[in-house]
Every structure is written in structure tokens, then in C-alpha cells.
Ligand binder design. Structure first.
Ligand code: URA
Ligand code: URA
Length: 253
């Protein structure tokens, strides 16, 4: 359709919607086309209303909280499909997408499935999962009330660390899960969850113990339950972190 034939207000709306979509996709980690801040500003410039009667948006993009994408967890799971986006797919038995309440106020994000999780398709059901379940119960919650997922959805061979390319391939799905859930708090379990969610190279020991912001969602990094199984002396720190989460959720001690 030639530009002249477009109604001016339709055109403005279309450009603004495009800008918002591109911005959203950039946040999700989509790469390969230009959604740099400079290009988004240019799109915004193009969408300036040519006539006074076209209403400008009330907020600048920076002030606008992350908009709801309207996606459900089922939509995201179905888009993931029988994923072959990275090499981990070759060795997996089941994709471990995540489970729990879609209305959870608290979401736990781990690193990736282990042996039991790969076999069952469920997150945190092995030894680390048993410890996580005890932590959740100590917080006076249940697995059913929270949501539990991982950075990578397929088991790394021999439980090795996920590689950067594997994390990058899976990251948009984690970000979309977070956008669909919009919990009050995310507890990032261990280095990979904390660094991936917060997009930082900082060590878990520096990140843990206080809240970080992720588009208006509070993120509390803490030590991973697998790490606690090897180093039980750090349970005290994890419990201190969980008490801060409980306070935020107004759960009495
Ligand atoms: N460790 C994780 O990080 N995630 C699981 O699901 C299980 C163990
Ligand atoms: N290293 C990790 O990956 N996780 C921890 O919780 C601590 C050290």
C-alpha cells in the first residue's frame, strides 16, 4: 500500500506499535535486525503526529513499564515445540519447561535440568529439588503455589555448565516466561540464573543477599541448592536471603 493512502493516525499508530514490538523483541533477546535505541528513536520520530488531532502517547518509552505481552505460558511452551535451537537438544530425553502456578508471586529460576529432571520432564525433582522443596516449605509456601523453571530447558551432558550459546538460545524463552508470569519476586538460584536474568558477569557471592530490579520485578539471587548440598555451611546465607523474600511477600516468620 502506498504511504499516501494510509490514514495519518493509522500510520502513527502502526509505527508506534512497530517501535514497541521491536523494543519488546530486543528485550526478549531477539537479534539479527536493527532494534538499537537509535533506530527505535528514529521510528518514534517518524510516528510524530502530522496533525494536532492525533494524540501523542502519554509516556516516553523509558517511563512505560514492560507491557504485558498477552502471551500465556502455554503459548510459549507451544512456540518452544520440539526445540532444536541448540546442541543440548541432541542429548535430552525431555524438555523441562517449568511448572507451578501461572499466578505465582514467587518464581524460582535454576540452571538447567539434571538426570532426574531430564527423565521426568519436571524441574528440581532430584536431590537439589528435594532441598529446594524444603526451602519452599520453610517459607510457608508449596511447590504448587510458586513457579519453578530453569535457564536452559534441556540437560547439559554430564551436568556440565551450560555454554554461552546454549544460554543465548534459551534465554528468550525464560524472558517470555517471566513476562507472562510477572511475579513480585524471582529467586535466582546460583550463578547462571543470576547472571542470565540480570545480564551481568558479577559473581553470585556479590549478587546475593539483596534485591535487584528486572523491569519492575524484584530479583533475589542466592546460592544454588546443589551448591548447598556440597557446602551446607552456606545454608545460613540462603535462609537470610529467603527471609528477605518472605518479608517482601508479607509472609510472617
Ligand atoms: N538443578 C537445576 O538448576 N535445575 C533443576 O531443575 C534441577 C537441578
Ligand atoms: N557457584 C554456583 O554456580 N552457584 C552457587 O550457588 C555458588 C557457586
Amino acid at each position: 500500500m502506498p504511504l499516501e493512502s494510509l490514514d495519518a493516525s493509522d500510520f502513527t499508530e502502526t509505527l508506534l506499535a512497530l517501535r514497541n514490538h521491536l523494543e519488546q523483541m530486543a528485550r526478549w533477546g531477539c537479534r539479527g535486525f536493527d532494534c538499537s535505541p537509535a533506530s527505535l528513536a528514529l521510528l518514534q520520530e517518524w510516528s510524530r503526529p502530522p496533525a494536532e488531532n492525533v494524540k501523542a502517547p502519554a509516556h516516553s518509552p523509558k517511563e512505560t513499564p514492560l507491557p504485558s505481552t498477552g502471551e500465556t505460558l502455554e503459548d510459549i511452551r507451544s512456540d518452544l515445540g520440539e526445540c532444536r535451537r541448540c546442541g543440548l537438544s541432541a542429548g535430552r530425553t525431555h524438555i523441562v519447561f517449568g511448572e507451578g502456578s501461572p499466578d505465582a508471586e514467587l518464581v524460582f529460576v535454576g540452571e538447567g535440568p539434571g538426570f532426574e529432571e531430564d527423565r521426568s520432564g519436571r524441574p528440581f525433582v532430584g536431590p537439589a529439588g528435594e532441598l529446594l522443596a524444603r526451602i519452599i516449605e520453610a517459607m510457608k509456601l508449596t511447590r504448587e503455589k510458586v513457579y519453578i523453571c530453569n535457564v536452559v530447558k534441556c540437560r547439559p551432558p554430564e551436568n556440565r555448565n551450560p555454554e554461552p550459546a546454549e544460554i543465548q538460545a534459551c534465554r528468550p524463552f525464560l524472558q517470555r516466561q517471566v513476562a507472562a508470569l510477572r511475579p513480585k519476586v524471582i529467586c535466582a538460584l546460583g550463578t547462571f540464573a543470576a547472571q542470565t536474568l540480570l545480564d551481568t558477569p558479577q559473581a553470585i557471592s556479590a549478587l546475593r543477599g539483596h534485591f535487584h530490579d528486572l523491569n519492575g520485578i524484584k530479583v533475589m539471587p542466592t546460592f544454588h541448592p546443589s551448591y548447598l548440598l556440597r557446602h551446607p555451611e552456606y545454608k545460613r546465607e540462603v535462609w537470610a536471603d529467603m527471609k528477605k523474600v518472605m518479608a517482601l511477600l508479607r509472609i510472617p516468620l
